[in-house]
Design a protein around this ligand. Structure first.
Ligand code: SF4
Length: 220
């Protein structure tokens, strides 16, 4: 059993809304909060994920793990048309650029609204645990969204530290989570496939990779 330090959300609160991007990233965050007896709910709002087949694979995996732990799961809209409208003009932005700021803003704005309307004093996210992400960029977006409401704080806990990044992989392998091979949007799929082509690798085949069943190192 993993030794974990006791987590303390901001303001001494014990109730948290966790924005989850996928099961591999949220698995460690979920188990860390459970170990600290934090009362949390998962909020799955990721209209960036394309195509819908990939969206459902990621969501269903997250639902399965939430059910296993008896954690409440809010399945928010898949309003991809709004996501595409906001991404207009940013199709060629590199990863971690302006399109990603928009993407985090959009997901956190909806999370913050739900938190505000449903009495959650704290929100946080699994997005920052991935080594592929810029944590400062994510935290900025989280603070901005929570800052819209006086009764809400963004918890910028670094889920990677204290062995979190390693446990994220261990849990993913233990659970044989579906393993995504690109960040999520159609543009990240295009760019990842371009990179793979340059390396002489075949394009991504959605729905084929699972942690613990292959040796590939891919996006998570
Ligand atoms: S690369 Fe990832 S974070 Fe950036 S816009 Fe696409 S899905 Fe969103």
């Amino acid at each position: 059993m993993t030794e974990r330090s006791k987590l303390q959300p901001p303001g001494g609160h014990r109730r948290v809304l966790l924005h989850s991007c996928c099961a591999p990233c949220s698995g460690e965050v979920m188990e860390a909060m459970l170990a600290s007896a934090i009362d949390y709910t998962i909020f799955f709002y990721n209209p960036n994920i394309h195509p819908q087949k990939e969206y459902l694979l990621r969501k269903d995996e997250n639902v399965r793990f939430a059910e296993k732990h008896g954690v409440a799961f809010i399945d928010a809209d898949y309003d991809k048309d709004n996501w595409f409208a906001r991404a207009k003009g940013m199709e060629w932005e590199p990863e971690r650029g302006a399109r990603c700021t928009m993407c985090f803003d959009m997901r956190f704005e909806r999370t913050a609204l739900y938190a505000h309307e449903n009495g959650f004093p704290v929100m946080t996210s699994s997005l920052g645990i991935s080594r592929w992400k810029n944590m400062a960029q994510i935290n900025d977006c989280g603070q901005r969204a929570a800052g819209r409401y006086e009764d809400l704080s963004y918890w910028d806990f670094n889920w990677r530290k204290g062995g979190g990044a390693q446990r994220m992989i261990e849990i993913s392998k233990r659970e044989e989570f579906y393993q995504q091979e690109y960040c999520g949007c159609v543009y990240s799929l295009r760019d990842t496939n371009q990179h793979r082509r340059e390396q002489g690798r075949p394009p991504i085949e959605i729905g084929t990779q699972y942690y613990g069943r292959s040796n590939d190192t891919v996006e998570s």
